[in-house]
Design a protein around this ligand. Structure first.
Ligand code: AMP
Ligand code: MN
Ligand code: MN
Ligand code: MN
Length: 276
């Protein structure tokens, strides 16, 4: 059975490793097929694809699109896209466009909560001028000693209802799916276990996602517990969606699953890579 890791981040979004370094690490860790899925971005794919060819592992062009669904932010992973497809390229540019303004507003909100210099602080962690994310603020807040660990930053400052959170309108779900499909890719609902929805809300989300042309849900993810691996395998079967597997690796020590460190998919699901 080849080892797949279909969700990870490089310095082209909020990861710590450059695309080539990430691919080399994946190869060293025994990954057979890797997808690079930077947030709202495809600019790292060329370097990653060349590195994958050089080390002899399979590579899938991907991205992770930010989507607003009602008051929720959800993420849709795109797999097997043509990174030059015009609708996708312009759609991603539109999603990214609001990020810098949002970062200014986040810094203003943090200043009101007594934390000064957050914009400049976050920018020191930004590795692509095209993309600033909450992760960059989180790394600054840890460095500045406001919290001990990145996950505590989100709990105390950067999630809905907390002082540094700024609501933002991303793409709509139908837009994201349409751009991905127009680019020849598969749409995968990322880490569904992370969304703060009721069971009814989850069924509505999965129904809308599937009926809108979505292909798969992430069953294995570092955002999920082992119980959620089973839970979302069941959802995949019930909704007729395929199952994906990705560590969501951002860098050493930032998630409980290391790059490529994924168990087998639970029995009875159809893998997203079935027809590859
Ligand atoms: P953004 O797209 O700018 O809103 O940033 C979202 C990113 O923040 C995610 O992709 C994760 O990398 C990170 N993130 C969100 N929630 C958490 C959390 N609870 N713990 C650690 N990282 C998180
Ligand atoms: Mn991230
Ligand atoms: Mn995500
Ligand atoms: Mn991710």
């Amino acid at each position: 059975m080849p080892r797949y890791d279909l969700h990870c981040h490089s310095t082209h979004s909020d990861g710590l490793l450059a695309p080539a370094a990430l691919v080399e690490l994946a190869a060293a860790r025994g990954v057979d097929v890797l997808a690079l899925t930077d947030h709202d971005e495809v600019s790292g794919l060329r370097e990653a694809r060349a590195a994958a060819a050089a080390v002899g592992i399979g590579f899938v062009c991907g991205s992770e699109l930010s989507v607003s669904w009602g008051r929720h932010t959800i993420h849709v992973v795109a797999l097997g896209i043509d990174p030059e497809a015009p609708a996708l390229v312009s759609g991603l540019a539109a999603i990214r466009a609001g990020r810098t303004h949002r970062a200014r507003r986040m810094a203003d909100a943090l200043a009101e909560a007594g934390i000064r210099g957050a914009y400049e602080g976050a920018m020191r962690y930004v590795t692509s001028e095209r993309l600033v994310s909450r992760t960059h603020f989180a790394r600054f807040l840890v460095e500045a000693g406001h919290v001990r660990e990145v996950k505590d930053v989100f709990r105390r400052y950067l999630s809905p209802g907390k002082p540094g959170y700024v609501a933002h309108e991303w793409a709509t779900l139908p837009q994201a799916i349409e751009w991905i499909r127009a680019a020849g890719g598969q749409a995968v609902l990322a880490h569904p276990g992370r969304y703060k929805v009721t069971k009814t809300g989850m069924r509505r989300l999965l129904g809308e996602f599937r009926d809108g042309g979505g292909d798969a849900i992430e069953v294995l993810s570092s955002s999920h517990t082992r119980d959620q691996f089973t839970e979302f395998a069941t959802y995949a079967r019930v909704f007729g969606l395929r199952a994906s597997s990705g560590s969501d690796y951002h860098g050493p020590g930032e998630s409980w699953l290391d790059l490529g460190d994924l168990p087998e998919l639970p029995a009875g699901v159809v893998p997203v890579w079935q027809d590859w």
